[in-house]
Design a protein around this ligand. Structure first.
Ligand code: SAH
Ligand code: DHB
Ligand code: MG
Length: 223
């Protein structure tokens, strides 16, 4: 019942906020055709990320976890003409699908996809002086979320926005003994968030077509 209602409300909201877009719809179709898991952000969540990136005036965006590039396209569209987005993905099959979607969206010159485990790409970005990023979206393997948060702060400046997806997991995060390692990892992520003196954060639960989950939203303070 709840899921049916949440999905119906998401559909209503989508119809009344001009979310529909042939390129984004084709991206989701291509992802499904390639057998990618349907764990992209929902359309209204993608638009939220897009608006937050625009509101923050982001010129340089980092995304950890590309999948088929659905959230990548929403975020890259928030950039000014000379903006850049670097997205990290370790699965070559996902990367192939994403690159085709990004090409179809006309964003190949804006998006730099790094095909490697994210932890090594993050170290590489640090070494090559790619920082600071203005906006960072964490949405890859959940066991590394605390490490991704730490790297995000290292690759930031005061004012950088850091968003992390899937931080509620149907409320499973309340269970310290949960069998799913992603749940324990999310609890460790919150501990890292709370303990980091450089971050000012909040967290929001969401319901909708992707079920019951949530985002954390943080801004990096002056050092
Ligand atoms: N942000 C996407 C969804 C990402 S799903 C969207 O909303 O459209 C998570 C992605 O992270 C998957 O494609 C998975 O292959 C990738 N991933 C998992 N572990 C990773 C790692 N260690 N390094 C880089 N990418 C990883
Ligand atoms: C999972 C990952 C995601 O990024 C997501 O949005 C939903 C689920 C997962 O690993 O289960
Ligand atoms: Mg996610």
């Amino acid at each position: 019942m709840s899921q049916e209602l949440w999905t119906a409300v998401d559909d209503y909201l989508a119809q009344h906020t001009h979310l529909s877009d042939p390129v984004l719809e084709e991206t989701l179709r291509a992802n499904a055709a390639a057998g990618l898991p349907a764990i992209d952000v929902a359309p209204n969540q993608g638009k939220m990320l897009h608006l937050l990136a625009r509101m923050s005036g982001a010129r340089k965006i980092l995304e950890i976890g590309t999948l088929g590039g659905y959230s990548t396209i929403w975020l890259a569209r928030a950039l000014p003409p000379d903006g850049k987005l670097i997205t990290l993905e370790c699965n070559p099959r996902h990367a192939d699908v994403a690159l085709a979607n990004i090409e179809r969206a006309g964003l190949s010159s804006v998006v730099d996809l790094r095909l490697a485990p994210a932890l090594s790409s993050l170290e590489q970005l640090f070494k090559e002086g790619a920082a600071p990023f203005d906006f960072i979206f964490i949405d890859a393997d959940k066991p590394n979320n605390a490490a991704y948060l730490d790297w995000s702060v290292r690759l930031s400046r005061p004012g950088t926005v850091i968003i992390c997806d899937n931080v509620v997991r149907k409320g499973a995060i309340l269970d310290p003994e949960h069998e799913d390692v992603r749940v324990g990892a999310t609890r460790r992520f919150y501990e890292a968030l709370a303990a980091n003196p450089r971050l000012d954060a909040t967290a929001l639960q969401t319901v909708g077509r992707k079920g019951h989950d949530g985002f954390t939203l943080a801004v990096v303070k002056g050092s």
